[in-house]
Design a protein around this ligand. Structure first.
Ligand code: DP6
Length: 353
């Protein structure tokens, strides 16, 4: 008789969020981006997923706890996502899942939890089904599937600098992301301190946000701009050209918000303190001749992007001039990261009695 010790089947993984330097904004078809994007994978802001494999039942997810509580909305989103990609994940035709998950970063901090969560679940399920580390082909599959859960999640499968979306780069395409290989080592010392200026729930879903590009009067110009910024950013990353890097990163952040403000309906997500922070960052940069830039996602929080070499002076600047603009002086410190990892894996022995 074949016995399957279900309770011993488990995997625990961590998968990071990422911050976009060239922004994905606008999508078509099945979560395909209208323009290429480039991001940096984070190191500290991760989702941790603990998955236990249970006897197969009607649903892929049997139990689901987020931050030690049942969360029916999140459970439903995950369950629907897994149903939609079930045919690509053989493990889901053998088991149902009991999931306990948490994030190392606060809810509504403007750090994309869908990117870390969707990449974590896909990574865990593919890795569990595999004897060894995922090959680069399998990582492509993971990136492809994570994209279907949340576009930006496809970039979280890789460490370092990652690009996604068809561009003039070799191997680039809309279906999955790829790591950028030729990057000057200075960029491995990038730091990202997130100023928590607003910690309220997002005002709208990301899908609604992307839909604002559908009939946007600047759509064609935006696609050209994102392609040029992708091209120029990749050159700057390759050549270690920090000044061009910073100029493009800030241009992308303000373009994203410019697009939101000029769409119909228009959306203003920046807070007065976001603008104050931007002013201070620019003034401090000019006064001190320091390589320090900002980027912003679809929210009010400001990501301060700088290098290890300037860490001490910038941490002092944050303490003295920026943290008072944040809710409860909150700043989350992160850095260039390595991508998803397996924390533990246990596979049952299939005993023949
Ligand atoms: C502004 O990946 O959250 O952060 O595909 O609908 O899940 P969905 O959208 P999502 O959009 C991210 C938008 C952004 C820019 C970026 O990360 O590139």
């Amino acid at each position: 008789m074949m016995m399957n010790n279900l309770e011993y089947n488990s995997i625990r993984v961590s998968s990071p969020s990422n911050i976009a330097f060239v922004k994905y904004w606008g999508k078509y078809g099945e979560q395909l981006p209208i323009n290429p994007s480039v991001s940096m994978t984070l190191q500290n802001c991760v989702s941790i997923f603990d998955i236990h494999f249970k006897e197969l039942s009607d649903n892929p997810i049997e139990n689901f706890q987020f931050e030690s509580k049942e969360n029916l909305k999140f459970k439903k989103r995950m369950n629907d996502f897994l149903i939609s990609i079930k045919e690509h994940l053989p493990v889901l035709s053998k088991y149902s899942l009991s999931i306990t998950c948490s994030n190392t970063f606060p809810h509504s901090s403007g750090i994309a939890s869908s990117a870390s969560a969707m990449s974590a679940i896909v990574f865990a399920l593919l890795r569990f089904d595999n004897k060894d580390e995922l090959s680069s082909k399998q990582l492509q599959k993971a990136s492809y599937l994570a994209r279907l859960g949340s576009g930006s999640a496809c970039r979280s499968l890789y460490g370092g600098i990652v690009h996604w979306g068809a561009s003039e780069l070799d191997n680039s395409n809309d279906k999955f992301a790829s790591p950028l290989n030729s990057v000057d080592p200075i960029f491995e010392s990038l730091l990202d301190s997130v100023l928590i200026i607003d910690n309220k729930e997002k005002k709208f879903s990301s899908t609604f946000g992307h839909s604002l590009m559908n009939n946007h009067p600047y759509k064609e110009a935006r696609i050209l701009q994102a392609n040029k910024n992708t091209h120029d950013l990749i050159s700057a990353l390759r050549d270690g050209d920090i000044k061009s890097f910073g100029r493009i990163v800030e241009n992308e952040a303000l373009s994203l918000h410019g697009l939101m403000m000029t769409s119909d309906p228009s959306v203003i997500l920046l807070h007065p303190n976001s603008l104050k922070a931007i002013d201070s960052i620019k003034a401090f940069r000019t006064e001190n001749q320091i390589d320090m830039y900002f980027t912003i996602d679809a929210g009010a929080n400001i990501h301060l992007i700088y290098f290890e070499k300037d860490k001490n002076i910038i941490l002092r600047f944050i303490r003295e001039s920026l943290s008072s603009l944040c809710i409860d002086n909150k700043v989350i410190h992160d850095q260039y990261g390595n991508g998803p990892k397996v924390l533990s894996i246990t596979k049952a022995n299939f005993n023949v009695d």
